[in-house]
Design a protein around this ligand. Structure first.
Ligand SMILES: *[C@@H]1O[C@H](CO)[C@@H](O)[C@H](O)[C@H]1NC(C)=O
Ligand SMILES: *[C@@H]1O[C@H](CO)[C@@H](O)[C@H](O)[C@H]1NC(C)=O
Ligand SMILES: *[C@@H]1O[C@H](CO)[C@@H](O)[C@H](O)[C@H]1NC(C)=O
Ligand SMILES: *[C@@H]1O[C@H](CO)[C@@H](O)[C@H](O)[C@H]1NC(C)=O
Ligand SMILES: *[C@@H]1O[C@H](CO)[C@@H](O)[C@H](O)[C@H]1NC(C)=O
Length: 931
């Protein structure tokens, strides 16, 4: 039956998306799956222990199996801004995301307390959320105290066209729950999913969460990771905007449907374990979220350098030539990677003696390590089945493979037939760590790239080694085609559950090209339940192994992710295509991962396959230079696409990566912020400007940190770019005499010549920069320039910023005396009087390292002259050593109209020749005046 719905929000989509008016889509009303539950008792546990209640099924149905008759409800304000609502079977233990994998508070088994029947539970005065409920049918709501906003309401409201959604359903293999949502809700998250419509979740786009080796080229499909988290940003009337977050912590496959006025989860197992985060700024939401799931991993300094990789570096000479190519082209390069070309027959932890002779490789690594460069290789979870392969033999001795019918589960990946280690088995951890240690003795790698861990399998079902042919087929051109002898498994409720989620965007069976879901992990854990945490469990152990190796900060790059993966690893967006659409899509996936607590993320620059055009690669490096994780990677089928291959690309790379390398101290400080507060490095515009609703859909541009706007060209044959700027002064980072002054919330057209990307710095901010270089190690030793951006020609203004420095690689990233330094910079402007000063926390480290501020640059000042000398104090003492200090002012004082009043030339004031120790407090003042 098709029924019209009332019209809902009009969504204005940015210029390159087809403009659509979201309204009037039909709603299909399905037969009722259930009739809901009634609340039979509810007790308030003593000492703020939460609420414990019991629910009873009203009327059973048989659709998707029989209902769980009795449920247990647990509600707790785990902190002032986090409310948990947990619903499970009252009579039987059910699968939940393992508490040792994702540490969190336990749910009490039982308890006594006082009867609760107020229909509301605030949990005390320090809490910001209120739990509300109705008894029959049971439904709950979550409301924010401060503004009364209802964030979630699972009670269906009726309208003339029928119920908005059905009541809560809880069966063994089918759970359903919904919430109403107001028209003002702007939702983000629910990945991993390539979203052609940009970051904001669009009504009726399908969201299926189940990890799969499905290429990022496929739209609206369950890709490599599963993140059942969304952020909701609402602006109501003339009020400011407020954001909150919702996590449904569940690792089973699920379909999520957003219909504009409601959101419904349909899950094939586990429990309802909801966490609500009160916000109210987007940064507060990610802070609250990562407090629960773990803070993003600290990344070593070099990880923010540029990375080059390719599947198809046939031998060491090719790798050496690539490094040399970058050197000659004077393009920055920190890390060189190998896909599986260094291996023997695609086997983990092996080194090909012919193409990568060990003595030569060691010589090469000694050479690049001396320059501060790093080397990373790939590793897949599938272990080749061969009794003569030591890694396999040791694993068999430890009995750590995932099993099916009591035998290791046979699959096929690059090496041919493989078994998959079960990272939930504690013995696997020690075996894996030992293998990594052995390999590190063979090849001193600096990080690991764990791929294919969804887990990817070229076969499906129950497979055997074939008796009629060999597998892998010798010399096979298509090793990704299944050569095992397999049959589909359809006779278990795990392989063929009653409700089918939309696997791989084609409604495939759950075990399609992965591990059969009836396979078993340690302790009888079903793959059915643990499927989507495979990549997380591998990342945890890999991170531990690398940490143990050299006592250095690990670098792990993983393809498959789950809630909490960001604590251990970086992510790239998987196989993408070298076309303009994929260039665009990379932005929304990157921004989503920032919200998922995994901010070290990027896409394969220039595309994984097929061949990009020179023009595309040129624009891609301009954008990719500002991905938090910046790596060029390609498939062996594609022609070479290293950045020096084309002259225009090389020129753009020198420009864009040149700026990145100058901004390394800023990026590294963002890394520190991420590690202590979850703040993403790359952020949607609404993170800094939540009240600017025109920015809610913006996916063609983004912020690096709070105040740097990156606006890439995403269209073919275009040398202009249309950019939407929130109000204020935005200074061009490449030529700071240029400023954009947006008016009337309109898109502004900026020049974007072939070799230039638009990057702008917002007013009221101070950023640390250095002089750049070809390697992060060298860039890091250069003097700092502190850039202060005031609003253009303001009478009075203030600006603030900071820098964090430590030794770049120690396992901890924290503010600790002698180990790190945090400097907060402040500046004020008052009637031409400029003051710039610093507050230093734990200055010893920076002093010992000899970090120096060479220049203080101030943007936005009205006049070019100075009426008295610059006074400089270091640690409160007037500095006598200022003979070399020069006051340089460039740009034009008078305003030059360049483009419809939007682009003006401004004064840049440099106080230069300074030798200020970063680790000492300084202050400087001067009076602007007539020259
Ligand atoms: C939740 O929705 C129901 C049905 O529309 C409504 O009666 C109830 O008042 C709502 N609860 C809150 C807290 O708004
Ligand atoms: C948004 O608007 C509200 C209300 O006008 C204001 O209090 C708040 O500071 C604004 N937020 C930002 C980030 O500008
Ligand atoms: C390495 O591979 C390249 C490209 O396939 C080839 O031209 C070259 O001869 C090889 N060099 C060595 C030392 O094997
Ligand atoms: C197994 O299932 C897959 C996915 O539904 C299907 O494409 C394939 O044909 C089936 N194979 C056999 C042998 O039935
Ligand atoms: C499954 O996902 C694909 C890809 O988004 C979509 O085209 C298709 O309509 C979905 N199927 C169902 C039944 O929702």
């Amino acid at each position: 039956m098709l029924l019209p719905t009332s019209s809902s929000t009009a969504v204005v989509v940015v210029f390159w998306f087809a403009s659509v008016l979201i309204c009037c889509f039909p709603r299909v009303l399905h037969a009722r799956v259930g009739y809901g539950y009634s609340l039979s008792s509810l007790k308030e546990l003593p000492d703020g222990g939460g609420l414990l209640g019991y629910l009873q099924i009203k009327t059973s149905t048989t659709t998707y199996g029989s209902d769980v008759p009795n449920l247990k409800l647990f509600v707790k304000h785990e902190s002032g801004d986090r409310l948990r609502i947990h619903i499970t079977d009252a009579d039987k233990e059910r699968w939940e995301v393992p508490y040792d994998l994702l540490p969190r508070e336990k749910v009490p088994g039982a308890g006594t307390g006082r009867e609760q029947n107020h229909h509301e539970y605030t949990g005390g005065s320090g809490t910001r959320l209120v739990f509300g409920y109705t008894n029959d049918p049971f439904g709950f709501s979550v409301r924010r105290k401060s503004d009364g906003e209802v964030l979630f309401n699972s009670s269906s409201s009726s309208s003339s066209s029928g119920d908005l959604f059905g009541p809560m359903v809880f069966k063994d293999q089918y759970l359903e729950i919904s919430t109403t949502l107001p028209a003002s809700a702007a939702l983000y998250g629910l990945g991993e999913n390539t979203q052609p419509g940009g970051i904001r979740i669009r009504p009726n786009d399908p969201y299926t969460l189940y990890t799969n080796d499905v290429s990022a080229i496929k739209l609206n499909t369950d890709l490599y990771g599963s993140h059942p988290f969304y952020m909701d940003v609402r602006k109501i009337g003339g009020e400011g905007a407020s954001a909150h977050g919702v996590l449904l912590l569940n690792s089973n496959g699920m379909d999520v449907f957003y219909r504009g006025d409601s959101l419904t989860y349909k899950i094939i197992g586990g429990v309802f374990d909801f966490y609500f985060f009160a916000g109210t700024t987007p940064l507060e939401v990610v802070d609250q979220y990562t407090t629960l799931i773990g803070r993003p991993a600290a990344m070593p300094y070099w990880a923010f350098g540029f990375h080059q990789c390719r599947w198809g570096y046939k031998n060491l000479s090719v790798v050496e030539a690539v490094v040399e190519g970058y050197r000659q082209a004077k393009i920055p390069l920190d890390v060189i990677w190998n896909d599986d070309d260094h291996m023997i027959a695609h086997r983990d932890f092996t080194l090909n003696p012919v193409n990568y002779p060990r003595p030569k490789l060691l010589e090469f690594l000694t050479k690049i390590h001396a320059l501060g460069m790093k080397y990373i290789v790939i590793n897949d979870p599938g272990i080749a089945v061969d009794p003569n392969y030591d890694v396999y033999r040791r694993a068999m001795e430890q009995d750590i493979f995932i099993k099916h019918d009591g035998k290791p589960y046979l699959a096929q990946v690059w090496p041919g037939p493989v078994y998959f280690p079960d990272f939930l088995n504690p013995r696997s951890a020690s075996w894996w760590i030992d293998e990594i240690e052995r390999f590190h003795r063979l090849v001193p790698i600096d990080g690991l790239w764990i791929d294919m861990n969804e887990a990817s399998n070229f076969c499906t079902g129950d497979c055997k080694l074939p008796t009629t042919h060999s597998c892998p087929i010798p010399g096979n051109e298509k090793p990704w085609i299944c050569c095992l002898d397999c049959k589909n498994i359809t006779n278990t409720r795990w392989d063929d559950p009653p409700y089918k989620i939309n696997v791989s965007g084609i409604g495939a069976p759950l075990g399609y090209k992965t591990i059969a879901t009836s396979a078993e992990h340690y302790n009888g854990i079903l793959e059915y339940n643990a499927h989507s945490i495979y990549g997380l469990s591998e990342a945890v152990v890999t991170h531990r192994a690398l940490q143990g190796l050299k006592g250095k900060r690990p670098f792990v790059l993983t393809r498959s992710t789950f809630v909490g993966s960001g604590k251990y690893a970086a992510h790239w967006t998987g196989d993408n295509q070298g076309d303009w659409k994929n260039l665009r899509y990379s932005i929304s996936t990157m921004l989503n991962y920032g919200m998922f607590g995994m901010p070290m993320v990027g896409s394969d620059i220039c595309g994984f396959y097929p061949q990009p055009t020179e023009e595309l690669c040129n624009r891609w490096i301009q954008l990719g230079a500002f991905y938090p994780f910046s790596r060029d990677h390609a498939n062996f089928h594609s022609p070479r696409q290293e950045l020096y291959v084309w002259n225009t690309v090389a020129e753009s790379a020198r420009n864009a990566l040149g700026l990145r390398y100058k901004l390394l101290p800023y990026l590294y400080t963002l890394n520190y912020d991420a590690h202590v507060s979850g703040a993403p490095l790359a952020r949607p515009v609404f993170f800094s400007f939540p009240n600017f609703t025109k920015g809610y859909e913006l996916t063609t541009q983004f912020l690096l940190g709070e105040s740097i706007m990156v606006s890439p060209v995403l269209k073919k044959q275009s040398t202009v770019v249309k950019v939407l700027f929130p109000p204020g002064s935005w200074y061009n980072m490449f030529d700071m005499t240029k400023v954009v002054l947006p008016k009337d919330d309109r898109y502004i057209t900026l020049d974007a010549p072939w070799n230039e990307i638009n990057v702008h710095l917002y007013q009221n901010t101070i950023i640390p920069m250095q002089e750049g270089g070809l390697r992060s190690k060298d860039a890091r030793k250069t003097p700092f320039t502190i850039v202060v951006a005031f609003p253009l020609k303001a009478e009075t203004a203030e600006a603030v910023g900071k820098v964090f420095v430590d030794d770049d690689e120690s396992t901890e990233m924290e503010l600790a005396d002698g180990k790190s330094t945090l400097v907060v910079f402040r500046a004020s402007l008052d009637g031409g009087k400029v003051r710039v000063w610093s507050d230093v926390k734990m200055g010893a480290f920076a002093r010992e390292k000899g970090f120096i501020i060479g220049t203080v640059r101030v943007l936005g000042l009205e006049s070019t002259g100075i009426s008295n000398a610059v006074e400089i104090k270091i640690d409160g003492e007037v500095s006598k050593d200022i003979e070399n200090v020069r006051f340089v002012s460039s740009g034009l004082a008078e305003t030059t109209k360049l483009e419809g009043d939007t682009k003006k030339r401004v004064t840049v004031v440099d106080v230069t020749g300074l030798g200020l120790p970063l680790g000492k407090k300084f202050s400087m003042t001067w009076q602007m005046g007539v020259q």
